[in-house]
Design a protein around this ligand. Sequence first.
Ligand code: UD1
Length: 442
Amino acid sequence: MDKLQISGGVALRGEIAISGAKNAALPLLCAALLTREPVTFTNVPHLNDIGTMLKLLAQMGVKVTREATHDAGNGMGKVPGGSSEAVQGKQGAGDTVTLDASALDNPVAPYELVKTMRAAILVLGPLVARTGEAKVSLPGGCAIGARPVDQHIKGLAAMGAEIAVEHGYVHAKASRLKGARIFTDMVTVTGTENLMMAACLAEGETVIENAAREPEVVDLATCLNAMGARVSGAGGDVIRIQGVPALHGATHRVMPDRIETGTYLCAAAATGGDVRLTGTSSAYLDALIDKLMDSGCEVAAEREAIRLKAPARLNAVSLRTAPYPAFPTDMQAQFMAINTVAEGTAVIRETIFENRFMHAVELIRLGADIKIDGNTAFVTGVARLEGANVMATDLRASASLVIAGLVAQGDTVIERIYHLDRGYEALDQKLTALGARVVRLK
Ligand code: UD1
């Protein structure tokens, strides 16, 4: 199993391109189930979770064509001798994926695939809407908490689907879904996306209240509308969908990954670096950028790029995670890592997932001073971290260990980096392009 060895102590400097967003691409790929016509996506990141989703769609009968463009310099900084524009174009390119669901014949998502990637639940809504039936394995527990899917089920039931939960599978049937008013008990991102997709082919109007406002929900709505859907209000907490009898093909570019962007900003901040990230936007990152500025960083937003310059020592900054536009839970671990070496004590409250402080024990192994009390972590900055062997427990937890490893003196070896490969395209190459000393060990 691959490991990542980081020899810390180098300030990150230079420029890299940000990839397409994993959390936008996953629901977008599922949207292709809603039509008989081919749908093409560009800027699709080359990640394990995307591979898993494509495998899942293929075994349902979807014809998948994937043109890999990631090797053409995606994320590798400037190519010597290349013109800046040409390089930019290649860097942000990502993969092009075309999905043709005209011969969809097996509306089943088996446990083997769903257990490795909870987002597989996103096929449920589109499958019932398009084929009248879906059988999707329950995701079960995962490292960062129980994460039930009751709201997905409740919403589909409100739209008239008959639902049985048996032998670990959600089995949903409906001859045609009917528009409904749905109020979700909590803000759920994939829940909102699942119900929004299903409602596109329902009869009449669906209103989703308490909807997630995440930019990835907006990206999905934009794509659905390009496919002929009638979705309005995405980005706000009430989304209205007028059902249509059928959707058609479209081409859609996946939005930039705001969590990948935020992770590199934190890595640069923690190491006292100076980086420019291209193919991304500060528009989705206000809460994080605010905190980075509080910590003493200079952040400059350009039209499709962000530049961050860090001071020699950061100030500790407290935060509380909450649904968008507040501070994202997916950036909590990375910000904890930068607080471990900041001046002062930060209080970090996690309100979205229980059990999302597993990185803290590993950060402590590197010399961090962290105390946990329920959903609150107290992080007191230390003068230096020291390299050690640590274990990645989930995707964003492992990103925090990478940041700590970049800061620590000596070598840090991170085990189980398959977690990182789920969500960070070409992580080792991108870090190397920024001057970090990173090696993947077999
Ligand atoms: C999505 C993101 C994930 C991010 C999370 C919160 C994708 C593919 N993943 O996950 O990276 O960390 O949003 O921003 O976009 N809940 C229920 N019942 C439900 C649904 C959710 O109780 O039916 C709870 C969850 O346990 C959690 C909270 O609601 O406590 C929010 O979860 P949700 O927004 O659904 O997370 P995901 O969509 O799975």
